[in-house]
Ligand binder design. Sequence first.
Ligand code: FAD
Ligand code: FES
Length: 364
Amino acid sequence: MTVTESYTVTIEPIGAEVTCREDQTILDACLRSGVWVPHSCTHGTCGTCKAEVVDGDVDHGEASSFALMDFERDEGKTLLCVCKPRGDVVIEADIDADEDLPMHPVDDYRGTVVAVEDVAEGIRRVVVELDRDLAFDAGQYMAWQIPAALAGGKEGVTRTYSMANAPSQPRQVEFNIARTPGGVCSDGWVFAGLDVGDSVELTGPYGRFVLRTSRNEPAVLIAGGTGLAPIAGMIKRALRDLDPGEGPKHLSLYQGARTQERLYDVELFRGLEAQFPDRFTYRPCLSEESAEGFAAGMVTDVLAADHETLAGHVAYVCGPPAMVEAAQRTLMGKRCFPRDTYREEFLDESNRTSGGLRSPLIKR
Ligand SMILES: Cc1cc2nc3c(=O)[nH]c(=O)nc-3n(C[C@H](O)[C@H](O)[C@H](O)COP(=O)(O)OP(=O)(O)OC[C@H]3O[C@@H](n4cnc5c(N)ncnc54)[C@H](O)[C@@H]3O)c2cc1C
Ligand code: FES
């Protein structure tokens, strides 16, 4: 029997010490111990978890060559979400003191699928009943463990999906999953027969694309495709669960899709708009067809036409990388700058070779 070694990882500048197995990523060891370090994709693609190895040696794992350039490795940088310790190590991470960042330790959960529903063309809603309550912040996500048989026999393959429900519903979590042709999880599993009663294994919660409850400015929330999932969780929390005075004083949802068949939960948001007329505005946008009750055009164009300026607003943006980038440009043109913009790109395996989109100006 081979013995798995464990090492001590010291996280500077906070001086926290965590125990990390040689086969475990440093990010995983930190988050399971309740030590917060920056991360977003958790798959070596986005670069958010980049840190410096101050002392000791690490195995860089499957870091994308776009997210961690060769010269950065030479300078002692690593990606915490994929690197593993080869001995005791000291890491210098870029830990920001944001009072709104979530601190829920990561853990493994077993779940049973209790609902599977086609909600739009190529989008499925999957509701999972967990074996115990999940503490998370609105906007966070879980890693789905892909059964080895569906992942070419490989253990430990994961895919990431955001919770679309509010944290006040901690036992039954909702996911909105888009079909990616050729995708192991979506095409090969969720759209290929995942059904009520099936078991799933989930790990989390991850991510820092969360509703900032300390920010009271009006918020614009921009969602493309299933980028709606974390934003839906934030809206449900803000409208139904927060105390008066907490969170954005007003929320405007800009939801974009090409056609009406690809837009989902329209009735849910129309209902919320009717229920909270002073606090919530809903703008469903169609870029490739016109229909009564829907704005015509790209979500970014509709947003730009609606607002002379967005100075004094906070923005939350989520969806495919190109859409998030376009939204960021529109927001900046309307004077809503990166310090007031929170964004999450739905990167996938194809971004490993094409490169994630990253700007040092942009918060993740
Ligand atoms: C933080 C976060 C939260 C997310 N939340 C959601 C959500 O709530 N809902 C949602 O629908 N999506 C979400 N996503 C996106 C989702 O995780 C990806 O779309 C998902 O990984 C797709 O999984 P898959 O197994 O179906 O496809 P994958 O197997 O990951 O394949 C995706 C694409 O990459 C190609 N590909 C596979 N391997 C390689 C390779 N080695 N090199 C090049 N190309 C390759 C495939 O052919 C396919 O076109 C989120 C992403 C992130 C980062
Ligand atoms: S979180 Fe590590 S590269 Fe994205």
